[in-house]
Design a protein around this ligand. Structure first.
Ligand code: KIV
Ligand code: ZN
Length: 513
């Protein structure tokens, strides 16, 4: 079997999903999980986009040892300098430079001739090669470019030293048979193509990203650019879990494999969902809550008789474990540390101590603590931004006859404060009171509640998206009481907005490519 190189761009294209920005600690944590998953390359960000992106890429480059760490750069000297500065300490650095090649981009966006585009591509690849021999070149909007021109650009880029050439379906316009044919054309008409790895990068605007990527690989491409949960610009990118499990499940048919440790897929999916606040749709292939649930009686009967009647993959293969070690009131520090280790968290003694206290508090409220509860604890405690606001006490009165009223005590920059307010419902009353006390004027863009785990005593996980001027922040909170979870999420979002205001350079730039 031939191996496909898995290039993960969750931290770059994935972060371009509306509202998906992550802070540095979250990005690093995710990069560590991606390394554990066994991806071959991690595109860590776009260093020229903002100081925040630069710092995050640098941090990841310094920590990750077993995977290529890739930095994106436009076809310009300044971008490439910045990219190299960020990844130069990586064990396996890769510069990824790109320029658009379609007529529509040349005419309206770049205002460049074809000759100028070839020159820019050659110069940028040559310049990148002065830093590293691991250079990728992408022809943005490649699938809508003139085929002969695309081959010319690739030929010139390879001649200049590109070791990977990537053909993106930037706007998700291609159809699988057409995309496969394009890949074959490029292979047949680019004389030096055998000197580089041919890569595909598909977007999901028509829901065809995975199909197009598979078609491209079957036509001879050997690198696939993907994201966890398929997050990414607009409708997203090819999802890693769909592609990898497609290759794995149908290996006899496709004849291609990957280096991915499939049992790390589900933990990676959970982590991405948690740090971005983008909930995985229940019917999402491979990692959705219903992906392995059998509802119809005939199906349940079949599965009980033989799983393979209605299951083409086993949940355990992707890391969905049914017999999980459940923690509770009597679990000690040792079991807690072991569980954190199993979930992939390597915490310092100080972090562990703080977290263990919170864990014990949660045990007083819930009988069983599941992995999902622990993940949320980690997210709340370890990834927490320095707090300007802290919730001390919340009492809410609501119901069919009462005017919803919230009484809140909190610390604002260390000082105790107390107030009460009304709203159209208990959450509205809580948010109104907190906004009044903190003097903040953010707009609530999104509010979602999820049950973290099943059962009547399940924790509710609330995610809010707040906007203040140009800044958008995500806030998360979890608690068995969903109004308290809402208050925690709202305060977490406000703290993140404050953090962004204090560190404008670390704030992700909303208008990148
Ligand atoms: O979709 C795209 O064209 C990209 C390139 C920068 C590779 O993300
Ligand atoms: Zn893209």
């Amino acid at each position: 079997m031939e191996r496909v190189i898995i290039f993960d761009t969750t931290l770059r294209d994935g972060e371009q999903s509306p509202g998906a920005s992550m802070n540095q600690a979250e990005k690093l944590r995710l990069a560590i999980q991606l390394e554990k998953l066994g991806v071959d390359a991690i595109e860590a960000g776009f260093p020229a986009a903002s100081k925040g992106d630069f710092e995050a890429v640098k941090l990841i480059a310094e920590k990750i040892r077993n995977t290529d760490v890739v930095a994106l750069a436009r076809a310009s000297k300044e971008d490439i300098d910045r990219a190299w500065e960020a990844i130069k300490k990586a064990a396996r650095p890769r510069i990824h430079t790109f320029i658009a090649t379609s007529d529509i981009h040349l005419e309206h966006k770049l205002k460049m001739t074809r000759e100028q585009v070839i020159e820019a591509a050659v110069n940028s690849v040559r310049y990148a090669r002065t830093f590293t021999d691991n250079v990728e070149f992408s022809a943005e909007d490649g699938s809508r470019s003139r085929r002969d021109f695309l081959c010319k650009v690739f030929e010139a880029a390879i001649e200049a030293g590109a070791t990977t050439v990537n053909l993106p379906d930037t706007v998700g316009y291609a159809m699988p048979d057409e995309f496969a044919e394009l890949i074959s054309f490029v292979r047949d008409h680019t004389p030096n193509i055998h000197r580089a790895v041919l890569s595909v990068h598909c977007h999901n605007d028509l829901g065809l990203a995975t199909a197009n990527t598979l078609a491209g690989l079957r036509a001879g491409a050997r690198q696939a650019e993907v994201t966890i949960n398929g997050i990414g610009e607009r409708a997203g990118n090819t999802s890693l879990e769909e592609l990898v499990m497609g290759l794995y499940t149908r290996r006899e048919h496709v004849g291609l494999n990957t280096r991915i440790t499939t049992a790390e897929i589900y933990p990676a999916s959970r982590l991405v969902s948690m740090v971005t606040g983008i909930v995985v749709q229940p019917n999402k292939a491979v990692v959705g809550a219903n992906a392995f649930a059998h509802e119809a009686g005939i199906h349940q009967d079949g599965v009980l008789k033989n799983r393979m009647t209605y299951e083409i993959m086993e949940p355990e293969t992707v890391g969905i474990v049914s017999n999980r070690l459940v923690l509770g009131k009597h679990s000690g520090r040792h079991a807690f540390r072991q569980k954190l280790g199993e979930l992939g968290y390597d915490l310092t003694e100080k972090e562990l101590n703080g977290l263990f206290e919170k864990f014990k508090e949660l045990c007083d409220k819930r009988k069983e603590i599941l992995d999902e509860d622990i993940e949320v604890l980690v997210a709340e405690e370890i990834f927490r931004v320095p707090g300007t606001y802290e919730l001390d006490y919340l009492n809410v009165v609501s119901g069919t006859v009462a005017v919803p009223t919230a009484t809140v005590k909190m610390k604002i920059r260390g000082k105790a404060a107390q107030n009460a307010g009304f709203g159209v419902g208990p959450v509205d009353a809580t948010f109104n009171t907190i906004a009044k006390m903190t003097g903040t004027r953010s707009r609530l863009l999104r509010f979602t509640v999820n049950s973290i785990s099943g059962g009547m005593d399940a924790q509710g996980e609330v995610t809010v998206r707040l906007k203040e001027n140009r800044l958008i922040a995500l806030g998360r909170g979890a608690d068995p009481d969903i109004i308290t979870a809402s208050a925690k999420a709202y305060i977490n979002g406000l703290n993140r907005l404050e953090y962004m205001k204090r560190n404008p350079s670390l704030t992700p730039d909303e208008s990148r490519l």
